[in-house]
Design a binder for this molecule. Structure first.
Ligand code: NAD
Ligand code: DAU
Length: 338
């Protein structure tokens, strides 16, 4: 059946990959993309589909009820990717995180309730569970967010659930592990380290480099979100994980090896404060419904490294000409790398 889906944050990393997936794999669907175009949102991420008659871009803030009303009008479903997403930035100041990741979710849920939207997917994160030394979190595990970004996301996650429990807005919540792949803003570990290595700049590895993340290819994440949108049950939470737990030092070495660069580029620097040691999810609930990741590891990481090497036009303007990025980089790494 044809659907009209509102995607928020569609100009960011995961949102843009999701918009492209939906347009390619659901020919009868239309997509409206509501994005504020913050530092992380780039029209370039969707320039290949911008002319598709099934695609509509609306520039606006999910905290603005008027913009949300306009973008959601006529839609049958919504997927909320819009968020402030970088943990390090939330440690420099959390106000925007509370605004977008909690209040913005409230505005979207209110409009979904008002128009009787058919389905609402809230994109949450594994960070809401906090760190785990052994074993893996299930959807029943207690939430224990440990940084301002994670706490904001936990607020949005539970608010979405509350709109199901209270008003029966048909909400589904997904909690994914660390994504990697094309179009990721070069502040996050993988694109930052690849683009620095390509220029023989130091790779600032926090602490002892042994924190563990579970790497999920963005295409697998997007397929999981589409799967949950179509097959998930309202009121349910679904973990989404790649099943590729690796220490940061291993990811770093793979990147350097692939680019033929020396390990002397690795620069151990002062740790992230409150740095979660390990994230680990049990994703058997969504797998039991029929989703499973398709991208092999480290093959997917190697392809991603190649993608950044071949798409300098995409990241070079950010790293060289975006004053906001340069200011952030200096604030975050200046003293660490001095
Ligand atoms: P991103 O930072 O690349 O993109 C975020 C997008 O949201 C940008 O296009 C930005 O312009 C837009 N945006 C921000 N504030 C907005 C607002 N107030 N109104 C409208 N648009 C706004 O983020 P990402 O990495 O693609 O993450 C997308 C979602 O997935 C987020 O909700 C994030 O918490 C979640 N998530 C990310 C990961 C990951 O590894 N990247 C893992 C799990 C969950
Ligand atoms: O787990 C899901 C989360 O993954 C998402 O909810 C977040 O939006 C996303 O940003 C990501 O958070 P992380 O903090 O795990 O990702 P990041 O790429 O910032 O860092 C990954 C690991 O690498 C983490 O242990 C910190 C470390 N790191 C990161 C940077 C940027 C470094 O050692 N040096 C760095 O310069």
């Amino acid at each position: 059946m044809g659907q009209r889906v509102l995607v928020t944050g569609g100009c960011g990393f995961i949102g843009s990959n999701f918009v492209r997936l939906v347009l390619a794999e659901r020919p009868g669907w239309e997509v409206a993309n509501l994005d504020k175009l913050t530092y992380a949102g780039r029209l370039e991420n969707l320039q290949d589909v911008a002319g598709d008659p099934r695609y509509r871009f609306v520039k606006g803030d999910i905290c603005d009820p008027e913009a949300v009303r306009e973008a959601m009008a006529g839609c049958t479903m919504a997927v909320n990717f819009a968020a402030e997403t970088h943990v390090d930035r939330s440690l420099l100041g959390a106000t925007h995180f509370l605004d977008t990741d909690i209040k913005g979710v409230l505005v979207l849920l209110e409009e979904a309730r008002r128009i009787g939207l058919g389905r609402f997917v809230q994109i949450s994160t594994d960070e809401v569970y906090g760190s785990i030394a052994d074993g893996s979190f299930t959807e029943e595990s207690l939430l224990n967010p440990r940084n301002p970004y994670a706490a904001s996301k936990a607020g949005g996650d539970r608010l979405a659930y509350a709109y199901w429990a209270t008003y029966e807005v048909p909400v589904i919540i997904t909690r994914a592990s660390n994504n990697y792949g094309p179009f990721q803003y070069p502040e996050k570990l993988v694109p930052l380290f690849v683009t620095n290595a390509l220029r023989d700049l130091p790779l600032p590895l926090y602490g002892d480099g042994r924190n563990v993340r579970d790497w999920l290819h963005v295409h697998d994440h997007c397929r999981a979100v589409l799967f949950a949108l179509e097959n998930g049950q309202a009121g349910e939470v679904y973990n989404i994980a790649g099943g590729n737990e690796r220490e940061n030092i291993e990811i770093t070495r793979t990147i350097l090896r692939e680019l033929g660069k020396p390990e002397t580029l690795i620069r151990p620097v002062a740790d992230r404060v409150g740095h979660d040691r390990r994230y680990s999810l049990d994703a058997s609930k969504l797998r039991a419904l029929g989703w499973q990741p398709r991208v092999a590891f480290p093959g997917g990481l190697i392809e991603t490294v190649q993608w950044y090497a071949e798409h300098e036009w995409w990241w070079q303007p950010v790293k060289d000409h975006d004053g906001e990025f340069r200011k952030y980089y200096e604030q975050q790494y200046g003293a660490r790398l001095a």
